[in-house]
Design a protein around this ligand. Sequence first.
Ligand code: SAH
Length: 252
Amino acid sequence: MSANTLTLKSGLRRTVSSFKVRFVSLAAFAPVFLLPKPAPAVDFTQERKRMVHEDLRGRDISDPAVLNAMLKVPRHLFVQAKYLSQAYADHPLPIKANQTISQPYIVALMTQSARLKSTDRVLEIGTGSAYQAAVLGEIVREVYSIEIIKTLADQARARLHRLGYANVHVKHGDGYRGWPEHAPFDAILLTAATPEIPQPLIEQLKIGGRMVLPLEGFLFQNLIRLTKQPDGLKKETITGVRFVPMTGEVRN
Ligand code: SAH
């Protein structure tokens, strides 16, 4: 009885293994169209060129430094794997902790509106994925970026390190108070919408410095540029926008 079972089992094993051999050898001769197709390789460099040409230059982004930076920064390495195919599409995408990576055009518009020079030192509030910080890092000397959610700050720091952005520094904390140790700044960008302009940030801006931020109105948000002049702040409205809210002390 047990001998029979053994024979049966080993017979079965032989059948299985010879089936495998036959299947493998058949597959080797199968016509190409019967084999599973490999996933198409996405040419991210090409997608980035399209984005810069159509979505940025094709609109009103003309600063060569901004266009160059956005041609260089690998945006697909700043989005979650499940959104890889949309990395260069002109809309925001979700990142962790219910936050978003801004639409490429808005990143370009904010960067261009800050009127940056290569020698500038810039503060960003709202690191998020660190994409905006990396774009700034391509253009200016030093970037200081503050993120209130610790997991995002840690992830952003690691990502920037991996990609070699040694001039971009990330701190975990509330950006309301700015980063006085590195002030004053030539430009300050807020990438979260605020109901008011935080006073400590105005103080940390140089005379002649620019602050670009989404300011909450009664119903809508507007992208604003403030220029600090010896006699006060000059305020210009750029366009209507929609950003995630700035949290922390500004809401107290
Ligand atoms: N610049 C980011 C997008 C930012 S989304 C990018 O390129 O991906 C806005 C970010 O601001 C979120 O990550 C949010 O956590 C952060 N944030 C909100 N309030 C903040 C505050 N008070 N200080 C610092 N970061 C803040």
